[in-house]
Design a protein around this ligand. Structure first.
Ligand SMILES: Cc1cc2nc3c(=O)[nH]c(=O)nc-3n(C[C@H](O)[C@H](O)[C@H](O)COP(=O)(O)OP(=O)(O)OC[C@H]3O[C@@H](n4cnc5c(N)ncnc54)[C@H](O)[C@@H]3O)c2cc1C
Length: 421
């Protein structure tokens, strides 16, 4: 039974259809994910290739991937708000956020492919991702630094009907999944096709493996992550890797703009994952306050040093939810309803607020819950640390460093001429 009732909410309101959708997703996640998330995290910690393929397949059958993608591509034809609700519920059931991150990448980036890519490429990739047979994420980061996207070095040189890639991508989610899932998959990626700087970058649907076959010239490696073990992170070197020219996304040398716009979409669901994990953490705290009695049988929540801190973090969680759903509603206006009054750049500040606020609230809360648990939190029997280390990936920088979010807010509110990067 849920300790914190949700969604009884006056700031963000949901339609009856959305409430029913949330209930259905929650029921699925509580049945198939919540009982297994610790086991998944532990197994994959021991061996990163212990990818929970059965659960991923089940999630695909339940329609949890590609929610806003068109039905003609095997997507769910849903809204971005529905995707946001689903990701929040997945993270509530798996607060290590591994499965939520799997689902959010395979929502935001196939949707971005649909926005900018060629029809045949969408027809080939999105149905496989929706079924849970392929992974399709983002590969922009390179070893020399992820924040400076315009400075990336991987090259793609056109030779006849193919582009030939050379370079290296690092800290990329899904490197193991692409190798293990039955079909394969790859990433929305950027490579240099022109001049230095952001105007020389093109976007590609880089498939490292398709129809179960690995493509030559793609040399992967896996990292030993400190958290969210149910999803792999790795890197790959591209050595004369060939990709047919149809996999170019949109126009040559416009890739930077497509990726920046798509990051906004991905960051909404990233933030949704962190508010889902934070809800789980709040519930653990409330339960603990009911159970943990000290100083003559008093709940530790009777000490204001504890309960006031809880109240502060609860308030931040409420604010984070508002940021997340305001951004998802705006995304619906722009991309689903195609309301001409809204433009993609209207998402910049709302999304940066959500991405800045959600992960930090979740991580601060996790740290605090661990302190409230006392020494027990320092044992692996208490799973709170898993809900700390997973969301921490988003404070460190996955899908954009926190300072970059602050830069976006300052740049758009104060003005580009006054704020340097
Ligand atoms: C678990 C995990 C999964 C990831 N998955 C993916 C993925 O699937 N695909 C992908 O492409 N990348 C992925 N990343 C990488 C992520 O996108 C990068 O971590 C992020 O872009 C930051 O890059 P960096 O880590 O190289 O840090 P850097 O860019 O080197 O930044 C280091 C520090 O400097 C600060 N900084 C940098 N520039 C500025 C500035 N202009 N102003 C102020 N401060 C600044 C940053 O805030 C940060 O604290 C993942 C990362 C993690 C941890």
């Amino acid at each position: 039974m849920s300790v914190i009732d949700y969604p009884k909410d006056t700031i963000v309101t949901f339609s009856e259809e959305e409430k029913l959708f949330r209930e259905t997703v929650r029921e699925f996640c509580q049945k198939y994910i919540a009982p297994k998330w610790v086991e998944i995290d532990e197994a994959a910690d021991k061996e990163p290739m212990n990818i929970p393929i059965d659960t991923i397949k089940k999630m695909g059958e339940q329609g949890l991937f590609c929610i806003p993608c068109s039905e003609e591509y095997g997507g769910q034809g849903g809204t971005y708000t529905m995707a946001t609700i689903a990701i929040e519920e997945i993270a509530y059931a798996d607060p290590s956020v591994a499965l939520a991150v799997y689902a959010l990448l395979n929502t935001g980036w196939p949707f971005a492919l649909e926005l900018f890519g060629k029809e045949e490429v969408c027809q080939e990739i999105i149905p496989e991702v929706a079924k849970g047979d392929a992974f399709f994420g983002i590969a922009s980061t390179e070893p020399q630094g992820g924040s400076d996207v315009a400075g990336l070095r991987t090259t793609a040189v056109k030779k006849g009907d193919v582009y030939v890639f050379n370079g290296e991508k690092a800290y990329i989610s899904g490197v193991g999944e692409v190798q293990k899932l039955s079909w394969g998959g790859g990433w929305f990626t950027l490579a240099r096709t022109g001049e230095p700087g952001h105007r020389g970058l093109s976007a590609f649907a880089l498939l490292a493996r398709k129809n179960g076959e690995l493509k030559p010239g793609w040399n992967p490696t896996l990292y030993e992550d400190i958290g969210r073990h149910g999803l792999t992170t790795g890197g790959f070197i591209l050595e004369d890797f060939e990709l047919e020219k149809d996999y170019l996304i949109g126009e040559e040398n416009k890739g930077f703009y497509y990726v920046m716009e798509s990051f906004n979409l991905a960051r909404i669901v990233v933030s949704a994952a962190t508010i889902g994990a934070a809800r789980w953490l709040l519930e653990q705290a409330v339960q603990w306050f009911k159970d943990r009695k000290l100083f003559g049988g008093k709940s530790i929540a009777s000490f204001q040093g504890v309960s006031f801190r809880f109240a502060e973090l609860y308030a931040r969680w409420e604010a984070a939810k508002y940021f997340v759903y305001r951004a998802s509603r705006l995304a619906d206006k722009i991309y689903i309803e195609k309301d001409p009054a809204y433009k993609p750049k209207d998402l910049n500040v709302p999304v940066a607020l959500a991405k800045n606020y959600g992960p930090e609230t979740c991580v601060d809360l996790a740290e605090e819950v661990m302190k409230w648990y006392g020494a027990y939190a320092y044992t692996k029997e208490a799973p709170i640390f898993r809900a700390w280390l997973g969301p921490f990936s988003y404070v460190i920088g996955a899908e954009g460093a926190q300072n970059i979010m602050k830069y976006i807010i300052a740049r758009d509110i104060i003005g580009r001429d006054y704020v340097s990067q």
